[in-house]
Design a protein around this ligand. Structure first.
Ligand code: DC
Length: 240
């Protein structure tokens, strides 16, 4: 079977990462959470007091940043490492969510991250989730999904996630944060969040994670079957 790239883009807290991770596990593919990379950059910028409006400071900082993912066998999760240190828990906190959209709108930051992401997917067999995967990172991805859900549902899900980690955040604060991030993500000049013309829209407002996973897997199965059929046709009639 050929290996493909599955790009999952969309708004924050629609279940992209959870779905992408489960789809990757079922297919035996790699999984990359690109939002985690922008979050790790944000953490570094905060710690090193990098001025977001100084391209010089931003470029110098980017040269000192190395992001990797390490599999944790206990939790069965890929955890984000910043310069070799596990920052998975830290980057999910609200103070990072409050700055990450501004950081990820900086063109120099995007160029550096996109280059790394493209390297990671060179050998295909990958599920990647983010905001610009189907439009910028892998415009040739064989499967593209664009996820959305209503703001209240997304905020409730985000609140539950934070609560599970011991962080209690007011629902209205989460709604404000999501709306602010949506606005920055969709209006920034460098690769804004937009549905790729060949992406399939998935509204997860009334879906469980299992339903979302099955839906993406079905889409991937159909695409893989079509690729398989085409390669057989080509082999039988190479001049066609
Ligand atoms: O998926 P997330 O909420 O962890 O992403 C954090 C932020 O990073 C999000 O507000 C937008 C940004 N992002 C991006 O600009 N491009 C990506 N490919 C992934 C995330």
């Amino acid at each position: 079977m050929p290996k493909i790239v599955i790009a999952i883009d969309g708004y924050s807290s629609c279940g992209k990462s959870t779905t992408a991770k489960a789809v990757a596990a079922r297919l035996g593919y790699g999984y990359i959470d690109t939002g985690a990379m922008y979050r790790a950059v944000s953490l570094f910028f905060i710690r090193e007091r990098v001025s977001l409006s100084s391209p010089k400071e931003v470029n110098e900082a980017l040269e000192k940043i190395h992001i990797s993912f390490k599999h944790n066998n206990r939790t069965d999760r890929n955890e984000t490492c910043l310069n070799g240190l596990n920052v998975e828990e830290e980057i999910r906190k609200m103070y990072i969510s409050n700055i990450v959209s501004e950081v990820s709108a900086i063109p120099e930051v995007r160029w550096a991250m996109v280059a790394q992401q493209q390297k990671m997917g060179r050998r295909r067999g990958l599920v990647m989730d983010g905001r610009d995967i189907g439009t910028k990172v892998f415009p040739d991805a064989e499967v593209k999904v664009f996820m959305t859900a209503d703001t209240y549902t997304r905020a409730k899900r985000r609140q539950q996630e934070l609560l599970a980690k011991g962080e209690m955040v007011n629902l209205q604060d989460i709604i404000d944060n999501l709306e602010k991030r949506d606005l920055i993500d969709t209006t920034r000049s460098e690769s804004p969040l937009v549905q790729a013309p060949d992406a399939t829209l998935l509204d997860t407002s009334h879906m469980t994670i299992e339903e979302q996973v099955d839906w993406v897997l079905e889409l991937a199965d159909r695409r893989l079957a079509a690729i398989h059929r085409n390669s057989h046709k080509k082999a039988a009639n190479p001049l066609a």
